[in-house]
Design a protein around this ligand. Structure first.
Ligand code: NAI
Length: 719
């Protein structure tokens, strides 16, 4: 787990060996302790180099060990022993030094990094802080402001930035271990006192109190209820104001609080869930490990509106050649300009050349004849999409995968209109497609496992959280959103305001409440869908019957706003008012409040006081309940799939783990009881009727989330 060699006669070389990232498991820690001791006690050894095998220094703690009892030597004394060694210890950083890996390097006296290496303390993203001295050493090394930035965001820095910040002493383009050995020889015998970071105070910082106050305020705002970033600030404050030993004590206390918090559990669950969704499986039995993806070098995008532009950028940035097709000349010109701008800005951010020449524009669908995969993003119109798919089937070379970005249309229906339905899948991106992390890969009963594997692999290459889901109205994300939005409308009818509902949801941790979000994406989008469903009845019919449509409770509030031309931000008016169309700052609108008052009066509704708890229970439990239906229907393979979709695409607070994890934390019996309670009060609302899976889970003693699969499987095998 840590191999020892003597090189250049007097350098002890310690190599961490724990693939894939040389995580600091108990065995690795033991190996380091033993080999360091050996190097220090060998009189022929003048200096020591620590490196990792396979071009990676160390990816940090072994997160799989978090849940179990600690064994092996603890990290803090191990790093301390390295720092207090009487021979220089040099970290040779290749690949990455993250979390505990960087903390280990900070305990070394010198750090040499390869130019392609990345360094960081990402513990905050797992609900923790760098608690092996990282929160105390880094500010001492690079100063409080820079350390606060790195520790509270968890961001990784390049070797060049690490050199500039003073985290590393040297960057090399050549063999890092060789450079480190050479360096170790050159510093042998020098005094080590100035190199022991823990023995120094933090660099002087004027007006420390004001700095911490400002940072704390910023962090609180962006944390949206997450506690780890706040603890990180407190730990760095301890580094800046207390002697090292007391700072370490504070670091330990803060870590103990975080470690046992539900948030750390939720964040670690997300970490594993994101990996689990890559191991997709379909009800047919097809799986990720038995389905081989086809290579995709050249792709096409059809329709260069909002979505097509972002998809083109995402594909080109991944290194693919893209044929971008748009029938309207004016749209094509605008799209070309917009896509080039996005590619240039993206390239500038990443310090690479823009991939402008990877995109070829055309008004003619014939141009896609030799592509490996097509993503269609024309208007949401089944007749138009069917026509496009038929054209594509005639034009494309055999075997080209045909993907649709539809948000709600039936992927099976589209597939059945083509000669090769096995080549059809949905690739449901989210706007803006080159930024948003989520991709739903929608398979139908006839989609081939190879088609799903190809779309999943492409999603992964694009850096998306790709989740394979079955075909149904709204797929997973939008299907669950429907009852959530409907409950929000009902709450307005019963006496709430958009401000109250949004505040409750934003305090819960959503980046945006349902009404602010709806203003952002445009109220007309849902209006068009409801019209298509025959739900919209223009006019001002009053009374209870006007609010029952297709046999269930319906709120026409959104339709009435659209009839007024209030489409949200784009028109400057929606659930809120904005300074001008396109402006983003939502302000409370007195018109809306009197409109709600008049609406209630017209429909004989009496406003009552609604508290945040009711908002959360009605909106979130309705959404979660739909999630159980989705699991029951086999549309999502497991709760992780739903949770990844919500965390990466719908602004669900990551520190609450996703809706299904949240239900598990709240307690399934409680969720069931509250749904039953609200269902009794609102019997005309079917989505409040608890799902049979939820009932089954509660009847089976509410097993923990990783065991839900057994109950679902049992249920399916009995069907
Ligand atoms: P859009 O209206 O902005 O763009 C559609 C584009 O397709 C237009 O530029 C139009 O000229 C072009 N087009 C129409 N027929 C064409 C044809 N035969 N060949 C080539 N181009 C053609 O629409 P948007 O918002 O980009 O949506 C596209 C698809 O993506 C829809 O199915 C929509 O439901 C879906 N979607 C939209 C999301 C959004 O937030 N806007 C999110 C996820 C999916």
């Amino acid at each position: 787990m840590a191999e020892y060699n003597r090189v250049s006669e007097c350098v002890g070389l310690i190599t961490l060996r724990n693939p894939p990232v040389n995580a600091l498991s108990a065995a690795v820690r033991q190996g380091i302790v033993d080999t360091v001791e050996r190097a220090l006690s060998d009189p022929n050894v003048k200096s020591v180099v620590i490196c990792g095998q396979n071009g990676i220094f160390c990816g940090g703690a072994d997160i799989k060990e978090f849940g179990s009892k600690m064994t092996g030597p603890p990290l803090i004394p191990m790093i301390h022993a390295i720092e207090s060694a009487n021979k220089p210890v040099v970290a040779a950083i290749e690949g990455s030094a993250l979390g505990g890996g960087l903390e280990l390097a900070l305990g070394c006296h010198y750090r040499i990094a390869h130019s392609k290496a990345r360094l960081g303390l990402p513990e905050v993203s797992l609900g923790l802080l760098p608690a092996a001295g990282g929160s105390q050493r880094l500010p001492r090394l690079i100063g409080v402001p820079a350390a606060l930035n790195l520790i509270t965001t968890g961001r990784h820095v390049t070797a060049a930035e690490a050199l500039q910040l003073g985290i590393v002493d040297q960057v090399t383009d050549h063999n890092t271990v060789d450079a480190a050995v050479k360096f170790a020889l050159s510093v042998a015998g020098r005094s080590l006192d100035p190199r022991r970071i823990s023995t120094h105070p933090c660099p002087q910082q004027p007006d420390l109190d004001a700095l911490f106050e400002e940072v704390m305020q910023k962090v609180r705002q962006s944390a949206r209820g997450a506690i780890a970033p706040i603890a990180c600030v407190q730990a760095v404050r301890a580094a800046a104001t207390l002697p090292y030993a007391q700072g370490m004590e504070r670091e330990r206390e803060l870590m103990a609080t975080l470690f046992t918090s539900g948030q750390a559990r939720a964040l670690q669950y997300c970490f594993f869930a994101e990996r689990a969704v890559g191991r997709w499986r379909m009800p047919s039995g097809a799986r990720w490990d038995t389905s081989k993806p086809r290579p995709v070098h050249k792709a096409a995008v059809i329709g260069l509106g909002t979505m097509g532009r972002g998809i083109t950028v995402a594909l080109a940035q991944t290194g693919l050649s893209v044929i971008a097709v748009e029938t309207q000349e004016k749209q094509l010109m605008e799209a070309k300009q917009a896509i080039s701008g996005m590619l240039e800005r993206g390239a500038k951010r990443r310090g690479v050349a823009p991939a402008l020449d990877r995109v070829i524009y055309s008004q003619n669908i014939q141009a896609v004849a030799d592509v490996d995969l097509v993503i269609e993003a024309v208007f949401e119109d089944i007749a138009l999409k069917t026509k496009v798919f038929q054209q594509l089937s005639a034009v494309c070379k055999p075997g080209t995968l045909l993907c649709t970005n539809t948000s709600a249309l039936d992927v099976d229906q589209l597939a059945s209109e083509t000669p090769n339905p096995e080549l059809v899948v949905g690739m449901h991106f989210f706007a803006p497609a080159h930024v948003m992390k989520l991709l739903e890969v929608v398979y139908g009963p006839r989609s081939s496992p190879q088609a799903v594997a190809t779309a999943m692999q492409l999603g992964k290459k694009m850096g998306k959280a790709s989740v394979a889901v079955g075909n149904c109205r709204g797929f997973v994300g939008n299907r669950m959103l429907k009852p959530y939005i409907e409950e929000a409308f009902f709450l307005l009818e019963e006496g709430a305001t958009p401000e109250l509902v949004d505040q409750a949801l934003e305090e819960f941790g959503f980046s945006m409440g349902v009404f602010r979000m709806s203003d952002l994406s445009g109220l007309d989008v849902g209006w068009r869908v409801r019209k298509g469903d025959g739900l919209v009845e223009p006019g001002t019919a009053s009374g209870r019957s006007a609010r029952i449509r297709q046999g269930r409770r319906y709120s026409p509030l959104g339709d009435l706003l659209c009839e007024e031309g209030r489409f949200g931000q784009k028109t400057g008016r929606g659930w809120y008012q904005y300074d001008k169309p396109g402006s983003r700052v939502a302000r409370s609108d007195p018109w809306l409040h009197s409109f709600l008052g008049a609406y209630r009066a017209q429909h004989g509704l009496v406003a009552r006081r609604i508290d945040h708890q009711e908002v959360l229970e009605r909106c979130l439990y309705a959404l979660i309940n739909e999630g159980f239906h989705i699991l029951d229907d086999g549309i999502a393979a497991g709760p992780e799939d739903i949770d990844v979709i919500y965390v990466s695409g719908y602004g669900w607070p990551r520190h609450r783990g996703g809706p299904m994890f949240y239900a598990n934390m709240v307690g399934l019996a409680k969720v069931l009881e509250r749904l039953e309670h609200y269902q009794q009060l609102h019997p005309e609302v079917p989505h409040l009727q608890p799902s049979s899976l939820l009932r089954r889970l509660v009847a089976s003693g509410s097993p923990p989330i990783h065991k839900w699969g057994e109950v679902i499987k049992k249920l399916h095998s009995q069907l």
